[in-house]
Design a protein around this ligand. Structure first.
Ligand SMILES: C[S@@+](CC[C@H](N)C(=O)[O-])C[C@H]1O[C@@H](n2cnc3c(N)ncnc32)[C@H](O)[C@@H]1O
Length: 242
């Protein structure tokens, strides 16, 4: 008699967007998968991102029945240190998937926009190429901020640029010149520099900053020049709309 082949179930790797922080801005699909998934990973940077992610999901999860794992990621631009951290996270995720358990990696906003998930996804694929991945998009901070500030991002043939304030973007003046709308994430890292460029190009009045969008302490600044010398919350972005 031929031996019966037993195929072992492998888990699905979910990249889930949580939206900007208000638990009501999470999608129905994300909520369902978070409730069903036995293993949840929360990336933890230096700026309390996991605390925020946890506050979004706290009413959806059961600490008794689900494994909720905080993954610390170093706040550095050193590629060697980062590679090591992503690799370590990927090993842990691949291990759980091979055990047959579904794993969800939770990201604030959308998982495919400047998110740690992108690196971890590649690292998981590197060590476990058969991993089945499904991505559940989330409302990005950009959509949330433009909605709260009642600012359209683009219409007709207008063009939009999305950049980050890390490293004082050296082409900022050209980008602002070329695009109708420029969104700068991580603006807390380059506020003074950006204010200088806005001043130089006469666009200070066309910029707004949204801080902690949809979260307690949310603020919308229309007079961005008043922010000079201030330390902005990490969860802040700027929209320049010409
Ligand atoms: C690493 S990026 C992640 C972006 C995220 N994946 C998204 O789709 O919005 C972090 C930056 O997103 C912006 N951000 C995220 N959540 C925010 C919020 N609730 N309010 C304002 N800006 C936010 C800030 O510029 C922050 O520095």
């Amino acid at each position: 008699m031929a031996a019966k082949r037993v195929t072992r179930r492998v888990g699905t790797f979910y990249g889930i967007g949580l939206g900007p922080g208000d638990p009501e801005l999470i999608t129905v699909k994300a909520r369902r998968i978070i409730q069903q998934c036995p293993v949840l990973f929360l990336p933890q940077g230096g700026e309390k991102e996991d605390g925020l992610a946890l506050s979004v999901i706290k009413d959806m999860v059961s600490k008794e029945n689900q494994e909720i794992i905080s993954l610390p990621f170093p706040m550095t631009l050193d590629p060697v240190i980062l590679d090591k951290a992503w690799g370590k996270a990927a090993e842990l995720i691949a291990f759980k998937l091979k055990e047959g358990r579904d794993v969800a990696f939770l990201s604030l906003g959308d998982p495919l926009l400047y998110s740690t998930f992108i690196y971890v996804y590649h690292a998981v694929k590197n060590i476990y190429s058969q991993a089945i991945t499904e991505i559940i998009p989330g409302i990005s901070s950009i959509s949330a901020a433009s909605a709260r500030a009642l600012i359209p991002l683009a219409s007709g043939s207008q063009r939009v640029a999305i950049i980050t304030g890390v490293n004082n973007h050296e082409n900022l003046e050209n980008i602002i010149d070329e695009f109708d709308t420029v969104i700068i994430l991580k603006i807390s890292r380059s506020l003074e520099y950006t204010l200088d460029i806005l001043n130089k190009t006469g666009l200070t009045e066309k910029a707004i900053v949204v801080t902690r969008c949809s979260l307690p302490g949310e603020k919308i600044y229309n007079d961005v020049h008043l922010l000079r010398g201030k330390k902005l919350d990490y969860f802040s972005l700027m929209i320049v709309r010409k």
